[in-house]
Design a protein around this ligand. Structure first.
Ligand code: SF4
Ligand code: SF4
Length: 360
C-alpha cells in the first residue's frame, strides 16, 4: 500500500465508532487508543505532524489484525492494511519473520520426522488447473488431505499474513508476487484455512475476477448425500463451530447450513461464534496477558455450550482452542473442519471428485 493510499484511508474514517463494539482488544482493555477509531485518529495526528511515531507504535502493536473493524466499517476504511503498513514503518521487523516462522513450525516438523504422521503423499490421479492452497501448518505436518489427492498444492508460498502482521513487508511482497502469478494461471484456488483465504483475497493487485477464483473447500458440503460414518464417535454428539476472525461471512453461513443439516450430529450455534480466540499467529507470544484473557472468554463460552466436539477452519485457532480446553478444564476434542470431513464422513472417492469439481 502506497503512502497516498494510506492517507486516503485515514481520511475516509468518519469517527462513527461502529468498529468499537466488535474489537476484541477493546472488549478486554476498554481503552480507545487500541481501537480502529483511536488508531486512525492518532495516525491522522501523525500525518498532520501533531503526534510522533513513539506515541502510536505501542498501540499499533497490540492490534490483533483480526479485521473485525474493517468488516464493520461503513466507510470501508482498510484498517488492517493501514495498521500493518504503519506498523512495518514504525517498528520494522529486526529478526527475519521467515526464520521465526520456521522456528515456530519446527516442533510440528520434528513430530512428523519421529514418524507420528505416518501417511505418505500419494501420487495425484487427476490433473487440473484448479490449485489447492495448502497452509504452512498443514505443509509442516505433511498432512495429506483429500484435496492433495486432486489438486496441485506444492508451489504456493505462505499467504503472507504472518509477515504482514509482524511488519515484514519484504517477505510479504515476495510471497504475494509468487502467489499472484499462480492464481493468474489457475481457474480456481481451493482453500481450507480461513486466514489464508482472507490474506490472499486482500492482495491489492488481484482484480475482481481473480478474487472470484478463490473458493473455500466447504462450498460443496451442503450436498445432501453426505452422512456421518456409521461408526463415527461423534454420532449423536453436540458439535459447535468457532468462526475464525478472518473467515468470510458467506463461507461461515454455508458451513453452518452444512452442519445443521448433517444427519447424525447435533449442531449447536455458539452464543458468539466469531468471538476471537486470541491466538492469531504469534500474538500470544508478544501479548500473552491480553491473548490469555480473550482466550479465556472463548473457552468458557464453549464450556457453557456443553459441546462434545469443537470445529474450526484455521490452524492457529485450532491450537488456541485446544489450549482453551485445557485452561477451562473442559477436555473436549478440537478438529479442523477439513479433517472432520475427511475422517468422519462417508464420501466415496468418485463423489469427492464430482463434488469438488462442481465448485471449480
Ligand atoms: S467504523 Fe470505520 S469509519 Fe467508523 S470509526 Fe471505525 S474506522 Fe472510522
Ligand atoms: S483489527 Fe481487530 S484488534 Fe485491530 S483494531 Fe481492528 S478490531 Fe481491533
Amino acid at each position: 500500500m502506497q503512502e497516498d493510499e494510506i492517507k486516503k484511508n485515514i481520511n475516509k474514517c468518519s469517527r462513527c465508532a461502529l468498529c468499537l463494539q466488535n474489537c476484541p482488544i477493546y472488549q478486554i482493555k476498554k481503552d480507545e487508543n487500541n481501537t480502529a477509531r483511536g488508531l486512525i485518529c492518532k495516525l491522522s495526528g501523525y500525518e498532520k505532524n501533531i503526534l510522533v511515531e513513539n506515541e502510536i507504535k505501542k498501540d499499533l502493536k497490540i492490534c490483533l489484525n483480526c479485521s473485525k473493524c474493517k468488516e464493520n466499517c461503513p466507510s470501508k476504511v482498510n484498517t488492517t492494511l493501514v495498521f500493518a503498513y504503519k506498523n512495518a514503518k514504525f517498528s520494522p521487523s529486526i529478526i527475519s519473520q521467515r526464520l521465526f516462522l520456521m522456528v515456530k513450525l519446527l516442533p510440528i516438523k520434528i513430530l512428523y520426522f519421529l514418524n507420528i504422521f505416518k501417511k505418505k503423499l500419494k501420487k495425484k490421479t487427476i490433473k487440473s488447473n484448479v490449485l489447492y492452497f495448502k497452509g504452512c501448518v498443514a505443509k509442516a505436518q505433511h498432512k495429506i488431505t483429500y484435496l492433495d489427492k486432486i489438486f496441485s498444492s506444492s508451489d504456493f508460498l505462505c499467504c503472507g499474513l504472518p509477515y504482514l502482521s509482524s511488519g515484514d513487508i519484504k517477505n510479504y511482497n515476495k510471497a504475494k508476487i509468487r502467489n499472484i502469478n499462480l492464481i493468474k494461471n489457475a481457474s480456481k484456488v481451493v482453500f481450507d484455512c480461513a486466514s489464508c483465504k482472507r490474506a490472499v483475497s486482500e492482495y491489492e493487485e488481484l482484480d475482481e475476477n481473480e478474487i472470484k477464483k478463490l473458493v473455500f473447500f466447504s462450498d460443496f458440503l451442503s450436498e445432501k448425500n453426505l452422512k456421518l460414518n456409521k461408526n463415527s464417535k461423534y454420532r449423536n454428539k453436540t458439535v459447535v463451530f468457532h468462526k475464525p476472525c478472518h473467515m468470510d461471512k458467506d463461507d461461515f453461513k454455508k458451513i453452518e447450513l452444512f452442519l445443521a443439516n448433517l444427519e447424525g450430529i447435533n449442531y449447536k450455534k455458539l452464543e458468539n461464534p466469531d468471538q476471537c480466540c486470541g491466538f492469531g499467529g504469534s500474538y500470544f507470544i508478544y501479548h500473552p496477558i491480553v491473548a490469555f484473557k480473550i482466550l479465556l472468554k472463548k473457552a468458557f463460552e464453549i464450556k457453557k455450550s456443553k459441546a462434545d466436539l469443537i470445529l474450526t477452519a484455521c490452524p492457529s485457532c485450532t491450537i488456541g482452542l485446544r489450549f482453551g480446553q485445557i485452561i477451562s478444564l473442559n477436555f473436549k476434542k478440537t478438529l479442523e473442519l477439513r479433517d472432520f470431513v475427511d475422517c468422519e464422513l462417508t464420501i466415496k472417492k468418485k463423489k469427492y471428485y464430482k463434488l469438488l469439481f462442481r465448485i471449480c
